[in-house]
Design a protein around this ligand. Structure first.
Ligand code: MIG
Length: 633
């Protein structure tokens, strides 16, 4: 049963698509304090658990930390952070009583989930202007299904988007892309997509291509396509402020950019230099921005990744000027140590500063709205601009689109990736732990940068991470400029990489079918063991294994120098190791086991009475035979 409560006059975030009658606030089931901010609170029982919040750090069970919904360009994914790129404001509390809460509110929310007081949860909204949904049900999965039903069906990308994908910030000229393609082919490594990061653009201008790097872009895209490679260029939120650049000129002329206190275009610095931020909250702007993608689609590219749409701001022109004035004041004189730190902090604080987010405005139906009050839907609405245009123009399931920032609702037209993680062993586990949370919030097409974005990878880290990535709908290897190269052919003997990647293609029919079913039935692809084995105390607390679909359980290796791992079987299962065309099987009893897993093996556990189909390995989805499948068991 879903109950909707409305506090004052909230901004329409477009998260919920079903009509639900508004209940009387007097019936609100949690403690309420709406004096100035809006505070919802409830007490936790000793063994109560909390699931949800989508893309966040820490455990599958979110209890015991304080999170903030505030879309942030956060490059350091460590456990003391409170926010990442998205605002996924849905939790399920699982104790004697089970209930879900969705806070539909586009500004900052603080989720104190047993942080200040171990048994108290307090959810605080800056302003008492929100729709709050309370959902109860028999099981977590049932509550989540009800929630997913009201937010609408999840986006389904084209089948080829389930193939293996290679990306790198630093591929720039067309030879770089051809090399990646050829090196995969030469080494019998499968590949479906190559990503184009910001360097393909002319001076980082959205919807342009650098002619020096790509003398004949169309011919280049065509050649890639003939080799069954889909190209996926990046688009950033900010539009370079440059007269003569048609996208800017048109946006400027029509008043499509966010404005400052005085009504002038808000100016900030991102990759292209000074940019205007399109006002994606205005439907006309969305329509206009969506149309811009056509320029690139007409060259033959098949999809896009939308970046920097929290929006990330390196500095605002105003903020930078203020900081420089400060520097001028101390120039040439000796400064004290505290003054030094203050100056340093001023410079570092220029990036993604709250002061800036408070100082620009949107036009929502003719009403001027401060960005801070709608911050968390900005990126989602940028991606909506693209996704809605693609569906309208090309039909469903035709174009690949995913975003860095997101809000619930965007799951209907796009996927997400988990942003700038690092080549750390702990981030394999972080990747795993995020999956059920984002699935709960409707985002099914998702994945992390395999191998890690920041820092330097090692051969074994990449292999182990790929063995988890084999199961995630988005299977993309991506890294940052200046880090150690991490394409699968960079580490001497490629055989082990080929073995792991072959498993992905063998599993695509199963993964794709499960994905579609989860979208159609409002289900999760990845679940905590706690959902399936609620009475099993050990299973409830497992944080390094997940249930996948209705058939299996996954348990990747996520530590270095390990030849296997401990795994908990909540019932009798068949332990399977897949590697290239090889399949190892062993029936195992419920309980704790140590299992050996080599670097080229992908472990999987099949539930009793279940089976999954396997395809023959292929070098890309175009060559994949999805008809003639064999049973794994
Ligand atoms: O400020 O486009 O998360 O995937 O490679 C960094 C360059 C901007 C951040 C994205 C990352 C991408 C990078 N971008």
């Amino acid at each position: 049963m879903v109950k909707k409560f409305r506090f004052n006059t909230p901004i329409d975030t477009e998260a919920v698509v079903e009509h639900i009658e508004i209940s009387d606030i007097g019936e609100f089931p949690l403690a309420l304090d709406c004096a100035e901010k809006l505070k919802l609170s409830f007490t936790l029982g000793e063994s109560d658990m909390i699931f949800g919040l989508g893309e966040t750090v820490r455990g599958i069970n979110k209890r015991g930390w304080i999170y903030e919904s505030w879309c942030s360009d956060e490059t350091n994914h460590v456990e003391d952070k409170r926010s990442l790129y998205s605002a996924h404001n849905f939790i399920v509390v699982s104790g004697k009583k089970k209930f879900g809460i969705f806070v539909d509110y586009p500004s900052k929310i603080v989720w104190d989930l047993g942080y200040t007081e171990p048994d108290e949860c307090v959810i605080t909204l800056d302003k008492p202007e929100a729709d709050i949904y309370y959902i109860d049900g028999e099981t977590e999965r049932d509550i989540i299904r009800q929630f997913r039903k009201i937010i609408g069906k999840s986006y389904i990308p084209p089948l080829w988007a389930f193939g293996y994908q290679q990306s790198c910030w630093g591929y720039s000229k067309q030879e770089d892309f051809i090399n990646v393609r050829e090196n995969h082919r030469k080494n019998n490594l499968p590949l479906d997509c190559i990503y184009m990061d910001i360097d393909y653009m002319d001076s980082f201008k959205d919807f342009t291509v650098n002619k020096k790097l790509f003398p004949d872009f169309k011919a280049f895209v065509k050649d890639m396509k003939e080799h069954d490679i889909h190209l996926i260029p990046i688009i950033d939120a900010g539009v370079k402020k440059e007269t003569g650049y048609s996208v800017y000129d048109e946006g400027h002329e029509k008043g499509y950019f966010c404005t400052d206190e005085n009504g002038a275009e808000f100016e900030c610095g991102v990759w292209p230099g000074i940019v205007g931020l399109p006002d994606f909250l205005n439907p006309d702007v969305r329509e206009w921005f969506g149309r811009q993608y056509k320029t690139l689609i007409d060259t033959g590219v098949d999809g896009f990744w939308n970046d920097m749409n929290e929006p990330a701001i390196f500095y605002s022109v105003k903020g930078l000027n203020k900081a420089l004035e400060k520097l001028d004041k101390i120039r040439g004189r000796e400064i004290g140590i505290w003054e030094f730190f203050e100056t340093k902090d001023t410079m570092l604080g220029l990036q993604n500063s709250m002061e800036d987010y408070k100082s620009f405005y949107h036009n929502i139906n003719g009403k001027r709205v401060c960005h801070k009050d709608v911050h968390n839907i900005y990126g989602a609405f940028m991606t909506k601009a693209a996704g809605e245009y693609f569906e309208k123009e090309y039909g469903k399931e035709k174009k690949l689109i995913f975003s860095r920032a997101s809000y619930i609702g965007a799951h209907r037209i796009s996927g997400i990736w988990f942003g700038d993680n690092s080549s750390r062993w702990s981030h394999i586990l972080l990747n795993l732990k995020m999956l059920p949370g984002v699935n709960m919030c409707g985002f099914l097409y998702c994945g992390a940068d395999l191998g890690g974005f920041g820092a330097n990878v090692t051969r074994d880290l990449l292999l182990r991470w790929l063995a988890l990535g084999v199961f995630t709908p988005l299977m993309r290897n991506h890294r940052a400029l200046g880090t150690r190269a991490q394409e699968a052919y960079r580490f001497g003997d490629v055989k082990e990489f080929a073995d792991v990647l072959a498993v992905r293609y063998r599993l695509i029919p199963y993964i794709y079918k499960t994905f579609r079913r989860c979208s159609e039935e409002d289900d999760m692809m990845f679940r905590p063991l706690a959902f399936d084995y609620p009475d099993d105390k050990i299973a409830r607390e497992v944080e390094d294994q997940l249930m996948l679909g209705d058939e299996c359980m996954i348990a990747p290796v996520y530590e270095q120098n390990k030849s296997g791992r401990n795994v908990y079987l909540p019932e009798d299962m068949t332990f399977v190791k897949l590697s290239g065309e090889n399949v190892f099987k062993e029936v195992m009893k419920k309980g704790l086991h140590y299992v050996e897993i080599a670097l080229n093996e992908v472990p999987l556990f099949i539930k009793r009475g279940k089976n999954i189909p396997l395809a023959k390995p292929a070098l890309n989805t175009a060559q994949l035979d999805t008809e003639n499948l064999e049973n794994l068991l």
